[in-house]
Every structure is written in structure tokens, then in C-alpha cells.
Design a protein around this ligand. Sequence first.
Ligand SMILES: Cc1cc2nc3c(=O)[nH]c(=O)nc-3n(C[C@H](O)[C@H](O)[C@H](O)COP(=O)(O)OP(=O)(O)OC[C@H]3O[C@@H](n4cnc5c(N)ncnc54)[C@H](O)[C@@H]3O)c2cc1C
Ligand code: SF4
Length: 392
Amino acid sequence: MSAQKLYLNAVQFKAELDRCLNCKNQPCMHACPVNCNPQEFINQAKSGNYAEAVRTIGRNNPLGQTCGLICPDKFCMSACTRSKIDFAINIPKVQATILENYRHLAPKAPNPSYNGSDIAIIGAGPAGMSAAAVLSRLGYKITIFEASSRIGGALNMIPSERLPHETIEKDWESIVDENLIDLRLNTKIDNPAKLLNKYAGIIIASGEPNCAVLQIPGEENCLCHIDYLQNPQKYKTCGRVAVIGGGCVAADCAFTAKANGASAVEMFVRRRLSDMRITRREYLELLNKQIDISPLSSPVKAENKDGQISLFVRRNRFSADKIEAIPDSTVEIPGYALIIKAVGSYSGPMIEHNRIIYAGDCKHGGSTIVEAIASGRSAAFILNERLTASAA
Ligand SMILES: Cc1cc2nc3c(=O)[nH]c(=O)nc-3n(C[C@H](O)[C@H](O)[C@H](O)COP(=O)(O)OP(=O)(O)OC[C@H]3O[C@@H](n4cnc5c(N)ncnc54)[C@H](O)[C@@H]3O)c2cc1C
Ligand code: SF4
């Protein structure tokens, strides 16, 4: 997707700003997990005070541009009063456009000097990055340990046409502080408790790095979405691809497979079309890209037949608010070059300790960027409170 489509052009930007109703009760702000204040930054941008608009966004959201590109419409937009007249203001896009065009007008304010306490953060996804932003503003020295070779965590699995990686880097640039933040890439922490000797506190924001299992015979013939999305080039195919799952991750697998040369992509979704956990935009994009969706379909077996994989799929129906299997409805669908399962992921066991705080998806389960940011911020404030109380 071109930058033009990712961001609003000048005419669209002005139109969106002009549509804001300046609602007294600010429903958009209350619906945002990080309490961003769209009314304030819209008004500032409207009066040409772009530097202040940039600062307003950054006050609560250190990953404002990344968030603006991918935040789902279920938060501020679904609360926006304007939708009662015509349609919601595209607040996330307004936010991303302000940062893309005017960030340079508001250079990062310096952090306070070192307060004498060191904190370790495990994971450089949105939760870990936002925790680092809050803690460095409080003067803590932070070491971020990141197992992979780049920042961003699960955001790196989002196709670049939706989220170019450089956007994450731009947000990160406004967080980094060479005196207070030490980022150690390619450094996996196997035993976080060991860090307690060296650090006053630890925030674990390690996401959900393990792929959920389907528990079907022949599951070894299906590839985990994490392996696929982290390295799609490795799995280029011109054959048929099946994607098992009906959420936004499954949709991204389908888009990626299509872009990766698949002759056809089919999604198998256990529940109904209306239950799919994707945005309207994603749904329309699936249709536009001619990706087939089979709802009420549960794969029950995958079998490798001379290099081609057969998927055995059972039909379900919706009855008394529950999904039930239709007896004797399983059919064999042969001829897949690749089957990707995108049915969830999970984190490892948690350690209980007063100086260890969990944040983001590893604590709350698969969520969204803005919820992970909110969780990272709140973990940082809680840790600060605990450390301040124990020092008093
Ligand atoms: C394909 C896909 C598409 C998505 N699309 C959207 C979307 O459109 N909109 C949206 O809002 N959200 C989306 N999400 C969800 C969003 O990306 C996550 O909710 C968010 O990234 C979670 O942030 P986190 O920091 O908790 O964990 P993560 O982003 O998973 O980051 C965890 C980090 O910890 C590191 N780590 C793990 N274990 C260790 C260890 N032992 N030592 C050191 N480092 C470790 C990992 O390498 C990783 O970098 C999507 C997710 C995926 C997978
Ligand atoms: S809810 Fe919508 S219209 Fe009202 S202040 Fe927020 S952005 Fe403006």
C-alpha cells in the first residue's frame, strides 16, 4: 500500500478535522485504552498548532504513528458521535498523519537525569516499548532484552503494506535515550528471576510466542502462523494455500499467502462469518483479494499425500447459541501446497514476585496494539509505585 493510502492527503485531512463535533463528554477519549485525546489534537491541528498536536498524541501514546496505522475501529471510532450523523471520524488515521507530517516540529523533550534505579524489560514489543517510554521519563535506567533481531514484537508479523517496519522505528526514535535506555537485541532471557540480583524491578512483556495446537491427526503437516508470518519468503508457493482460523491474524496469513504467489487461498473458520474477529476493512479486503472463506467449517485431519496435503473438513451449524458438529459431514479437500494454522498463541508460565510485573499479551492474552501499550504503561507506573514505596 502506498504512503498515500496509509495516510490522509491534505484534502482528506482537513475534511476529517472539520467534521469533529467537539463533543463535551469526549466519548472518543473515554473509549481509548490509553486515553488519547482526539478532540484536543484535532483542535490543535485545526488551528495550525501541529507541534502541540504531536505533543498531545505523545503524552499518552509513545507509539502513536504505528498505532494510528493499525488500531482497530472498535475503540475511539466506534464511540465517535459523528457516526450518528454520517460516519465516524477516522481518528487513528488523523493521528498517524499528524505524526507522519509534523513530528519534526516537536523534538523529544529531554528525560530527567538518572534516578539511581535500574530496571529490566523483557520484550521489545509495544508493551515493552511503552513501559520503557514511561520509565525513562521517570529517570530509570532501562535495559530491554529482546530475543529477536528487531524491535516491534508481533507487529513485525503484520504485512508491510499495512504497517511498514520503518513506522515502528520512527516511534522508537522518539522513545530512545542513549543515557537511559540500553536495547539488547538477539538476547533471550530464559530465567527472568535471575535478573533480580542486578535490577530493582523487571517488566516481562514477552507476548505469546507459542502457537496454539489444533489437536488433530496430521497436525505436523500444518505450519504455525508465527513461523509463516515471521519469514514468509521461506514459504513462497504457487500452489493452493489453506488458512485455518477466522481472526485478524488468519486474515494477515491469507493476505500474505496471496501476495506470496499462492494460486488460491481458502480460509476455514469454525464459527459464522459474522463471528469473525476482523474489521470491516479486513473483511472487504479478503473479498477484494478473492480469498475464499468457508465459515462453520472445522478441519479434523491433515494428511500428506505425495507432497500435496489433504484437509479433512467437518461442517458445523449454529444451534441454540452454540456451534455444533453436523454428523457425517466431513469432506476431504485435496491438493494444498501449504496449510497455515492461525488459531491463537499462548505465553509461558508466570513467576510471582513483588518486583516482577507482567504486561501486554503475555498477561492479557492476544489483544491489540493499543491495549498492549496501555498495559505496558500501567505496568511501568505500578513498578514505579512499588519501588518508590519500598525506598521510602
Ligand atoms: C499477524 C498479526 C496481526 C496483528 N494485527 C493487529 C492489528 O491490525 N491491530 C492491532 O491493534 N493489533 C494487531 N495485532 C496484535 C498486536 O500485534 C499485539 O497485541 C501486540 O504486538 C502485543 O504486544 P506485546 O508487547 O504484549 O507482545 P509482542 O508484540 O508479542 O512482543 C513480545 C516481544 O518479546 C520478545 N520475547 C519473547 N520471549 C522473550 C524472552 N524470553 N527474552 C527476550 N525477549 C523475548 C519477542 O521476541 C517479542 O519481540 C496483530 C498480531 C499479529 C500476530
Ligand atoms: S467523539 Fe468524534 S466528533 Fe466527538 S470529539 Fe471525539 S472525534 Fe470529535
